[in-house]
Design a protein around this ligand. Structure first.
Ligand SMILES: [Zn+2]
Length: 311
């Protein structure tokens, strides 16, 4: 039977054994002269570990307070992990206390001599809240708002050696290849979205963009939009005209027909007419366009009457 006392005694002796092993490891690492900071950490309810960081200095952020962005943890149980930004496990595996070469390689990775860097992900403002901006979350994009905003490739290399750093724009310089690729993909999506928005404006019936400079597809859509809109205003115009039309005698009809032709034949008349429509449109949206349709309808009606009268 093992008493509580004996249990405590054996766990205490294991702890002492662990600490002695880690102390020895600490000395071996000091011998590498890589300038790293080494500390034995004792953890409640777990066996101790040796934590190795590039320097003693910690980073501070409002979200998490003080922390070491990169940490190599050598657990007493002979397994190791390289942790980046606390939560990311960049590498993990087994090690042996006496495998000095392997340990040196591992410690070099977290020393200031290491070519490896943390991929900061996509930090530019345009990549933030993409799900809201695009209406969907791009498949390859991993986003997280807490403990700090993260936008990166779902398979970001996180702890990597940057390549082509000089060719990249400053915000992407330390990014991994996957995040750089993703940035190009997202740029294309955002560019396409911008083009679609501006082309949908150019294609609208109200656009002041010259129709002859549009692409054949855009021109077709714009004309369809204009036709659709004219159909709508013509419908309103017809209702209005049905209500207000007055029957004129032949003389009145002739006079009005002449007036219409005179107005339409002169530049000034056409300008005046356009002003009337514009003013009406300004006073109420759609009014000018309805009036324009009424004008066309009335004129057509008179001309038809004229023709009938002539027959
Ligand atoms: Zn990345």
């Amino acid at each position: 039977m093992t008493s509580k006392f004996e249990e405590a005694k054996s766990s205490k002796s294991l702890e002492l054994q662990d600490i002695a092993n880690l102390e020895r490891l600490k000395n071996v690492i000091a011998g590498f002269e890589l300038g790293v900071h080494c500390e034995i950490e004792q953890i409640a309810d777990r066996r101790p570990l040796l934590s190795i960081t590039p320097s003693k200095l910690k980073t501070y952020t409002d979200y998490v307070g003080l922390f070491h962005p990169v940490k190599l943890l050598l657990h007493a149980e002979n397994h190791y992990e390289i942790r980046v930004n606390i939560v990311e496990n960049a590498e993990a595996g087994k090690y042996e206390f006496d495998d000095s070469d392997f340990l040196r390689g591992l410690v070099t990775k977290v020393s200031v001599k290491s070519p490896l860097k943390i991929c900061p992900g996509l930090q530019e403002f345009k990549y933030q809240d993409l799900d809201t901006k695009l209406g969907y979350q791009p498949k390859k994009l991993f986003s997280q708002k807490w403990p700090w905003p993260v936008n990166r490739h779902v398979e970001c290399l996180i702890w990597h050696s940057p390549t082509n750093a000089r060719k990249s724009r400053p915000s992407l310089r330390d990014c991994c290849e996957r995040c750089k690729l993703l940035s190009r993909e997202l740029d294309r999506i955002l560019e396409r979205r911008k083009k679609n928005v501006s082309s949908s404006i150019r294609r609208s019936a109200k656009s002041t963009h010259r129709i002859d400079v549009l692409s054949p597809a855009s021109r077709k859509i714009r004309l369809q939009n204009i036709r659709g809109e004219r159909k709508y205003f013509r419908k309103i115009a017809r209702k209005y005209w049905e209500k207000t039309k007055v029957h004129l005698n032949e003389k009145e009809n002739q006079e009005l027909s002449m007036l219409i032709s005179e107005i339409e034949a002169s530049v000034q008349g056409r300008e005046e007419l356009d002003n009337v429509f514009e003013e009406a449109e300004k006073s109420k949206k759609g009014r000018g366009r309805t009036l324009k349709e009424v004008w066309k309808m009335d004129r057509l009606e008179f001309l038809n009457d004229q023709r009938r009268n002539g027959n």
